[in-house]
Design a protein around this ligand. Structure first.
Ligand SMILES: [Zn+2]
Length: 294
């Protein structure tokens, strides 16, 4: 890894550990855009720290006209929500148009009930690989938006996971749905930016062995198996690092069977999605699947 990439990555991790979201620029480039002095200030003002990624001031996030918000809650198939909500379809269609400047080369495959997207991000200039995302945007709030991340080079496509992906399909878990960071019908650019931040955290994990910044890991067995001592605890009300927060109590209340049960669960992207990542010329033929958010 080039020195300049490593410097950027370190600064991004430091910002995330201090509750400061890095900014996402065109082509999905993530930059810390804060100096160490800013971080000290941010540490003193954590309550005010922004939890959302920010775009450069020259091109603010767009919000589709007619935005009214949706609950973002999954609904039962019997709740009367139609299979196609025209409002969602038109917002995503507009959102893709607006997104092409930010993510050049973005591919969109509109279908009857959903839209598939394929987008690539440079992530950090000079990295030598890109992050690619396959994204399924249903035109109904009955089904969740799903995405899969892959590291791509000219000769390889490698699934990004398993940390912060969903069971069992290995789809991206880039934000806590309850936090309403992004809601169905929201900006496509903002959604891709969130996926870029997720991917850059994976890059940091790969390089430094530690997930940077806050995280949601509600299951004790998952915390014990996956969290490093110095990572933020993933419980609902974290008190600092995992070692200082839940580790001891997790060890007390988790049995060997619980750990084995969790360890046996596998997360893998569907074959059709992997095929799409290699050759994004026609959308995956996926049926809706139940996904547990983690
Ligand atoms: Zn905890």
């Amino acid at each position: 890894m080039r020195k300049s990439v490593e410097d950027d990555l370190k600064a991004i991790g430091l910002a995330l550990d201090n509750d400061v979201m890095p900014s996402v620029f065109d082509r999905g480039v993530v930059r810390p855009v804060v100096s160490p002095d800013d971080l000290k200030l941010a540490g003193q003002e954590k309550a005010d720290a922004r939890q959302r990624p920010t775009r450069s001031a020259t091109r603010p996030w767009e919000r589709p006209a007619g935005w009214q918000g949706t609950t973002g809650q999954p609904r039962s198939p019997h709740s009367g929500t139609p299979l196609v909500q025209p409002g969602l379809r038109s917002r995503y269609t507009e959102g893709v148009g607006a997104c092409r400047d930010a993510y050049p080369g973005l591919l969109a495959f509109p279908q009857e009930r959903q839209m598939w997207l394929f987008a690539e991000s440079d992530l950090i200039e000079g990295l030598g690989r890109r992050a690619a995302f396959a994204i399924q945007l249903p035109y109904t709030t009955n089904q969740p938006v799903r995405a899969w991340g892959f590291w791509t080079t000219a000769v390889s496509k490698t699934w990004i996971g398993p940390r912060h992906t969903n069971f069992p399909d290995g789809s991206v878990c880039a934000f806590e749905p309850r936090d309403q960071t992004w809601l169905p019908g929201g900006s496509v650019t903002a959604l891709l930016d969130l996926y870029c931040l997720w991917a850059v955290r994976h890059l940091y994990l790969e390089k430094y062995g530690k997930w940077p910044g806050r995280q949601s890991v509600p299951i004790a067995a998952e915390r014990l198996l996956e969290l490093g001592d110095e990572e933020f605890c993933g419980c609902e009300h974290p008190l600092g690092t995992f070692a200082r927060c839940c580790k001891a109590s997790d060890q007390t209340k988790t049995s060997g069977a619980d750990l084995l049960d969790f360890a046996m669960k596998t997360r893998m992207p569907p074959d059709e999605v992997v095929r799409f990542a290699w050759n994004p010329t026609s959308p995956p033929g996926l049926r809706g699947q139940n996904t547990r958010q983690t």
